[in-house]
Write a protein that binds this ligand. Structure first.
Ligand code: NAD
Length: 280
């Protein structure tokens, strides 16, 4: 989809970070917006920030874990706007924990938001996209959907799953020739609130403080949400299957191709020295 003017885009997790920047970039391209999040105050701030763009904007409080709520939202958006062309399944959360001490509840929380949220958004919007004949499903994974990292087993599981799910979907859509496409997005470190909003749990018998985790993440995250949104939209317009966001993501992807299991040894060496707790 090369032209975004007058298209209708739905974005989950639009109250903050990449979701907010996507909403702003889409509005600047002349897209109309259906924005959702669990954070209503943040969502209102995002809507306010695009109010001068001329875009029609609808906001809804939707928890992406809630299958029925996501389907009801998709139907209501299609009803109100008359069509939906793009769904950005972006809402996500982070957890730092080692497998030994991680609770099932924390693991389920990450899978429910980061994997099932993406599945719900994809399945709820797909029939509406197919009706337009030129839709696009954009699912946000992570560079942690390409490499696995100590303390990130739950996040890795969800983001690898998003990648598998979306790549299979893309293949199915290509075979069907429905005019709908799908892109998997793998950001590296993006300067957002993801670590501030994360759950920090025990790693080797110790829980990092919020300050430690945020400081470490701030050191590693190099790309702004605005740069990320630009890269994502450029990839969608090119109809890329995979969008890597940031130099760090491109380098890590290259290392993984070069040494598909050897990268683990590199990470183990790094983690013996420092113990990063943030996602990427
Ligand atoms: N920031 C990074 O470094 C980074 C790197 C790779 C991938 N990502 C991914 O990018 C996406 C956006 O994250 P971000 O960095 O902008 O973080 P963020 O915390 O700034 O934004 C995430 C948004 O998702 C919302 N959200 C959380 N749980 C939700 C739920 N159950 N239902 C609906 N909304 C919910 C939050 O309220 C928040 O507004 C996530 O999928 C994340 O995993 C981020």
């Amino acid at each position: 989809m090369e032209e975004l003017r007058d298209r209708v885009a739905a974005v989950t997790g639009a109250a903050s970070g990449i979701g907010r920047a996507l909403a702003q970039a889409l509005a600047a391209e002349g897209c109309h917006l259906a924005l959702s999040d669990v954070d209503e105050a943040g969502l209102a701030r995002t809507a306010e920030s695009v109010s001068g763009s001329g875009a029609k904007v609808r906001t809804d409080r939707v928890d992406v874990r809630d299958r029925e709520a996501v389907h009801a939202w998709a139907d209501a958006v299609a009803d109100e706007f008359g069509r939906v062309n793009l769904i950005f399944n972006n809402a996500g959360v982070a957890l730092s924990a080692d497998v030994r001490s991680m609770s099932y509840e924390d693991l389920e929380w990450v899978m429910d938001v980061n994997f099932w949220g993406v599945v719900h958004g994809t399945k709820a919007f797909l029939p509406h996209l197919e009706r337009t004949g030129e839709g696009h499903v954009v699912n946000v994974s992570s560079i942690f959907g390409v490499i696995a990292v100590p303390t990130q087993s739950a996040y890795n599981a969800a983001k690898f799953a998003v990648r598998g799910f979306t790549e299979a979907l893309r293949e199915e859509l290509e075979v069907a020739g429905s005019g709908v496409s799908a892109t998997t997005v793998h950001p590296g470190g993006i300067k957002t609130s993801i670590v501030a909003n994360s759950r920090l749990r025990e790693v080797e018998g110790r829980v990092a403080t919020r300050e430690e985790a945020m400081e470490q993440f701030d050191r590693l995250a190099r790309t702004t949400p605005e740069e990320a949104a630009r890269t994502i939209l450029a990839g969608v317009k090119r109809n890329d299957r995979r969008v890597l966001v940031g130099v760090d993501a491109r380098v890590i992807d290259g290392v993984q191709r070069l040494v598909p299991t050897g990268y683990q040894w590199l990470l183990e060496t790094l983690f013996r020295r420092t113990r990063p707790d943030g996602p990427g």
